[in-house]
Design a protein around this ligand. Structure first.
Ligand code: APR
Ligand code: PHB
Length: 408
């Protein structure tokens, strides 16, 4: 098999890249190790930066997002039983975020890819990228029990943190920067309308909690059904900081609600609405960057090159930023014959990546309680929060970072 761009992985990075290349008249093949139902069902992040939503629209993949996603103009910070709303557009010259699940973004991109006639191969597991530093990289893969080779002009690893593409970069040419955190998130989807109409980030002496939401599509509708959800029918997506290594099964339903209630406590009459839990899982927290994001004709994009802890909601947005930057560079090369943007790919993505790493780290350490935290650290956290809610400059910084960094 032969193509111009061989893409490993059908997450948001791989799928959006394939779409953008198609729009630029560049052919590609996407190899995805899982089956379609799995990819369309797995629960991931849900916040699209302004630039991400704009990029999906420009790619012709924003139609359902615009119908069913929710524009959010604020987030709430909650600490010491106090509530503070960060007004995103007022602080950023009109920028906001969109609540629309990553799963839905993937469904939309898969539907477009299928309409275009693919190729998008499910249950096609890449085994290795070979010849990355030659003119003809090759992706060895196994599809339906048979081994095959995809020859390409460029190979792109969009295969997530556990993918194989990164391994093709010789260790002596790579640098890895990593940090793990001594806690994780227990995430639940609950069949009850969200208790607040914007996201709530809560810092509590017992640990962090987050209130978010999902469109009802998350529970009712398989891919391809067009009826929009009735307004106001979102369900609750909630997270609790738990110790690293926690098994979701250790937490009973009542226990989860009781703990959420404690951490979201306020001085006013706000209440948390309870409902049946539909789904429960634990997400580990890690920061990770692989430099460079390119070796010869192999490019890395999305989680294959970098991971952020979920607190800043940046993972999906970084994946989209990489796909946009790479598609632009490949189109430029096709149009002009110049590799200048391809040469700039790694550096320009890494500048954005490190800003997102810094912001995600800041949000994580601002809101989570480390198991060995001292009284001093607790007071510093509260002082950092106090600073954000009392200084327009500090609050503006948070709002700018939250709504996103430009795609270079
Ligand atoms: N061969 C083929 N496909 C593979 C292989 C392989 N060897 N290894 C992994 N994959 C697939 C996975 O099954 C997955 O569908 O690559 C895809 C990677 O997708 P994501 O993990 O969604 O990564 P990415 O597209 O970079 O998007 C990043 O995902 O994890 C979240 O928080 C993260 O929101 C961020 C987003
Ligand atoms: C989510 O809805 O999954 C979500 C929202 C905001 C975050 C992280 C995750 O910061």
């Amino acid at each position: 098999m032969r193509t111009t761009v061989g893409i490993i992985g059908a997450g948001p990075a791989g799928l959006l890249l394939a779409r953008l290349l198609h729009n630029a008249g560049i052919d590609s093949v996407v190899l995805e190790s899982r089956d379609r139902a799995y990819v369309e069902r797995r629960q991931r992040a849900g916040i699209l930066e302004q630039g991400t939503a704009d990029a999906l629209r420009a790619a012709g993949a924003g139609e359902r997002m615009d119908r069913e996603g929710l524009r959010h103009d604020g987030i709430e910070l909650r600490f010491a039983a106090r509530r503070h709303r960060v007004d995103l557009p007022a602080l950023t010259g009109g920028r906001s975020v969109t609540v629309y699940a990553q799963t839905e973004v993937c469904k939309d991109l898969i539907a477009l890819r299928t309409e275009e006639g693919g190729p998008l191969l499910f249950e096609a597991e890449a085994l290795a990228v070979e010849g990355a530093d030659t003119d003809r990289p090759r992706i060895r893969f196994r599809h339906q029990g048979t081994e095959d080779v995809l020859e390409c002009d460029y190979a792109v690893g969009c295969d997530g943190f556990r993918g194989v593409a990164r391994r093709a970069v010789p260790a002596r040419l790579a640098r890895v920067f990593e940090r793990t955190y001594p806690f994780a998130w227990l995430g639940v989807l609950a069949d009850v309308p969200p208790s607040h109409d914007e996201l709530v980030y809560a810092r509590h002496d017992r640990g962090f909690a987050l209130l978010s939401m999902r469109p009802p599509a998350t529970r009712h509708r398989p891919s391809g059904q067009a009826a929009p959800p009735p307004a106001g029918s979102f369900v609750s997506r909630l997270y609790l900081q738990v110790p690293e290594g926690t098994d979701a099964g250790e937490w009973g339903e009542e226990e989860i609600w009781d703990e959420l209630e404690r951490r979201f406590e306020t001085a006013d009459d706000w209440t948390l609405k309870r409902g049946p839990l539909i789904q429960k899982s634990v997400t580990p927290m890690r920061s990770f960057v692989h430099e460079p994001m390119r070796h010869g004709r192999l490019f890395l994009a999305g989680d294959a090159a970098h991971i952020v802890p979920p607190t800043g909601a940046k993972g999906l947005n970084l994946a989209v930023g990489d796909a946009v930057t790479l598609a632009r560079a490949l189109a430029h090369e096709k149009r002009t014959g110049s590799p200048e943007l391809l040469d700039a790919y790694s550096g320009s993505c890494l500048r954005r990546v490190w800003q997102a790493e810094r912001f995600s780290y800041d949000m994580t350490t601002l809101l989570h309680r480390a198991p060995d935290a001292t009284g001093f650290e607790d007071r510093i956290q509260l002082a950092r929060l106090e600073r954000i809610v009392s200084s327009r400059a500090a609050e503006t910084d948070l709002a700018e970072c939250y709504t996103g960094f430009p795609f270079g």
